[in-house]
Design a protein around this ligand. Structure first.
Ligand code: SF4
Length: 246
């Protein structure tokens, strides 16, 4: 697969239009319904209201996220596809390490994210050629190099908002009266699972409320940036135990 280099220069609506035209039903937006995801859903629905949208329901989402999923369904007429983790993997992980294993150590937290997010995403992507996510380079040092278009394992991953500022996101939401996540107004600029997200204090970074108890490790779940080195090795061992521990 060879993609034109010019795609990297396309503005977000043009890139989404290109993906919808090229991949049709084998393209989808992946979102956890934060502001960036909502901008993409709104933008894509204006181009083609048949756009597919999916979300990973980890089983630990805040109630406000479920409310927003229903709002998206009603507002845009989109049947949001819900992706669950494998129940056997979750059962084995929580029976072995506890339901709140993520507070114990970083490797357990990465395991939980891997089982509840990364593996379900991998399964979902098996039926697709391309997907779009709401990453912005401004969000964190780890995301500063995000490309708008990249090829991963034979699929195309799009980050149409990679070069957007927070202000641009805000302007789109206001201009089109896009529904917003209710936790945002309570001081949550970044929202994930309920036990792993808190409000941020003035002056803190956007992602400071994610896994706030961790002093080391990146503020990433593995969906976009894969662990490396010793953390990768630890994670591989823990995942293997879950997969074979029948
Ligand atoms: S964010 Fe927390 S609860 Fe959600 S998958 Fe990751 S560790 Fe598990």
């Amino acid at each position: 697969m060879s993609l034109p280099a010019e795609l990297e220069q396309l503005a977000a609506p043009a890139l989404l239009e290109w993906a919808l035209g090229r991949y049709g039903n084998r393209f989808a937006i992946s979102t956890s319904f934060q502001n960036e995801g909502m901008v993409m859903v709104d933008m894509a629905a204006r181009i083609n209201n048949q756009v597919r949208v999916f979300t990973i329901d980890t089983g630990r989402l805040p109630e406000e996220t479920y409310a927003l999923i229903d709002e998206v369904r009603a507002r845009y007429g989109i049947a949001v596809e819900i992706v669950f983790p494998d129940h056997g993997e979750v059962e084995r992980m929580t029976s072995r390490h506890g339901v709140n294993l993520f507070y114990q150590e970083v490797a357990f937290r990465k395991l939980c994210c891997h089982v509840r997010k990364v593996r379900p995403l991998e399964r979902k992507l098996e039926g697709m050629d391309a997907w779009a996510v709401g990453l912005r380079r401004e969000q964190s040092p780890e995301r500063a190099q995000v490309k708008k278009v990249e090829e991963l394992d034979g699929r195309v991953k799009l980050s149409p908002l990679a070069d957007w500022t927070r202000q641009q996101v805000e302007e789109h939401l206001l201009r089109y009266q896009v529904p917003r996540h209710a936790l945002e107004a309570k001081g949550y600029p970044s929202i994930g699972c309920a036990p792993c997200t808190r409000a941020v204090q003035p002056g803190e970074s956007e992602r400071a409320g994610r896994w706030w108890w961790e002093q080391d490790g990146s503020k990433e779940c593995g969906l976009h940036i894969t662990p490396t080195g010793e953390m990768r090795r630890q994670l591989d061992v823990l995942v293997e135990e879950i997969l074979i521990d029948h």
